[in-house]
Design a protein around this ligand. Structure first.
Ligand code: OKP
Ligand code: ZN
Length: 375
C-alpha cells in the first residue's frame, strides 16, 4: 500500500493542552507521525512525500467549512499576538455560550482583548467581529485541545494536502488502497469549529473532493466513511447528516469525548435519514473479540450501501494502553481489524486520526494496513 506523508505536518507542536482540569503535555504530538513513518518504512511500505501541487485546497475546504472560519484559522495567531496575547498559542478561555448570548445580547460589544471571549450573538457572526475588532477565538472552538501556534495553519494545510493527494491517486488510478499519514487529525472539526486536536476535517473534505472531481459523465459516486477512531467523529457525522450519498458509520467509546454526540439514535435527517450509524461500545471491557464482532456488523452496513469508495478514519486510540482512551484492543487485534475492513472489497483511503500510545502506535497502524493487504 502506498503511503503519502509530509514533514510539514510536524510543524504543529503546542506545548500543552487542558485535560481533566489540568495542564498536561500535548498528547497529539508530532512524534506520533515520525514513529509511524519509521515503522512503516521498516515494514517495506513505500512512502511518498510528493504532494500534488495542483489541488486548490480552498475550493475544496469551502465545501465543508465556512469562509470566516477559514479566515480565522489563517489569521488567528497573528491577530492574537498583535493584541498582546502570548506568543505560544491562541487558546480561548471563554466561550460565547448560546444561553449567555440569549440573556445579554450586549456581550457582543466587548472589546476586551484580554478576556479573549470571542463574543457575538450567533446571528451577527464575523461581520460584527470585524466591525468591533472583537477577538474570535471562543467562537470557533469548543474545547481546550486546539491551541493555534505560529505554524498551526501551515500544518493543517499540509495535513489536508496529504489527504487530498492520496484521495486523488486513489480515485484516478487503479489502486486498491492508499494511506494518508497526516496530522493534525480532522474528524472532530465542524464547519466553523476546531476541537479534539482537529482544525480541518480532512476526511469529510476528501469525501466531497472525490465526489466533485469524479468524471462528469458518471453519476456522483457514493462514499462510505468508516470511523474506527476511539472517539466519535462528530464533525464527519455533521458534514453529511442530511446527505444520503455519504454514509457515516462509527465505532467509539460510549460516554466519552466528545460527550454530546455519537448516540445510536443519531441516524441522519431528511434525505440522509438511515445513512448515519453509531456503535458506542462499553469502556473498560471492549477488547479484540467484542470490537471485531461490532466491526463486522458495521462492515455489513457499508457493503449494503455499495459505495464506490471507502474512507477510513484510522485511529489506534482503541489500543489497550492508550493514555486517554478506555478500550482493550491489542496490537495483534489490529491485524484482524485490517482484514475485516479489506472484506468490503472497495477502493479504500485510510486517513490518520488518533492514537496516543507512542511505544505501540507504529506497530498498531502498520498492523491495520498489513491486515488489510494480506486479506
Ligand atoms: C481526538 B481524536 C478525554 C478528553 C479528550 C480531546 C480528545 C480528542 C481526541 N477524557 N480530549 O479523536 O483521537
Ligand atoms: Zn480519537
Amino acid at each position: 500500500m502506498k503511503v503519502i506523508f509530509s514533514k510539514e505536518c510536524l510543524l504543529h507542536d503546542p506545548p500543552f493542552e487542558v485535560l481533566g482540569g489540568q495542564r498536561v503535555p500535548y498528547f497529539e504530538k508530532p512524534e506520533r507521525l515520525t514513529i509511524i513513518e519509521n515503522e512503516l518504512r521498516s515494514n517495506g511500505f513505500e512512502i511518498s512525500e510528493e504532494l500534488d501541487p495542483d489541488i486548490e485546497l480552498k475550493e475544496h475546504i469551502l465545501r465543508v467549512h465556512s469562509a470566516d472560519y477559514l479566515d480565522y484559522l489563517e489569521t488567528a495567531y497573528e491577530t492574537w499576538v498583535k493584541q498582546g496575547g502570548n506568543e505560544i498559542s491562541v487558546l480561548p478561555e471563554a466561550f460565547p455560550h448560546v444561553n449567555l448570548l440569549k440573556a445579554s445580547p450586549n456581550v457582543a460589544q466587548t472589546t476586551n482583548a484580554i478576556a479573549r471571549a470571542g463574543v457575538s450573538s450567533l446571528e451577527f457572526t464575523s461581520t460584527v467581529f470585524e466591525l468591533f475588532r472583537i477577538p474570535h477565538e471562543g467562537l470557533y472552538c469548543f474545547d481546550l485541545s486546539c491551541p493555534i501556534t505560529k505554524d498551526t495553519h501551515k500544518a493543517t494545510l499540509a495535513s489536508l494536502r496529504v489527504t487530498l493527494t492520496a484521495a486523488k491517486l486513489l480515485s484516478s488510478s487503479a489502486l486498491d488502497s492508499i494511506f494518508a499519514l497526516c496530522r493534525p487529525p480532522g474528524h472532530h472539526a465542524m464547519p466553523s469549529l476546531c476541537a479534539g486536536y482537529c482544525f480541518l476535517n480532512n476526511i469529510a473534505i476528501a469525501a466531497r473532493f472525490i465526489q466533485h472531481t469524479s468524471s462528469p459523465d458518471t453519476t456522483k459516486p457514493k462514499v462510505a466513511i468508516l470511523d474506527i477512531d476511539y472517539h466519535h467523529g462528530n464533525g464527519s457525522q455533521a458534514a453529511f447528516y442530511d446527505d444520503p450519498s455519504v454514509l457515516y458509520v462509527s465505532l467509539h467509546g460510549e460516554n466519552d469525548y466528545p460527550y454530546f454526540t455519537g448516540f445510536t439514535d443519531e441516524q441522519g435527517s431528511g434525505e440522509g435519514e438511515g445513512y448515519n450509524f453509531n456503535f458506542p461500545l462499553p469502556r473498560g471491557t471492549t477488547g479484540d473479540d467484542e470490537y471485531c464482532e461490532t466491526l463486522q456488523r458495521a462492515v455489513a452496513i457499508v457493503q449494503k450501501f455499495e459505495p464506490a469508495f471507502v474512507l477510513v478514519s484510522l485511529g489506534v486510540d482503541t489500543f489497550i494502553d492508550d493514555p486517554i482512551s478506555d478500550f482493550k484492543v491489542t496490537t495483534s487485534g489490529y491485524l484482524r481489524i485490517g482484514g475485516i475492513i479489506a472484506s468490503i472489497h472497495r477502493p479504500t483511503l485510510f486517513v490518520m486520526e488518533g492514537g496516543y500510545a507512542l511505544e505501540s502506535i507504529g506497530k498498531n497502524v502498520s498492523n491495520i494496513l498489513r491486515g488489510f493487504e494480506s486479506k
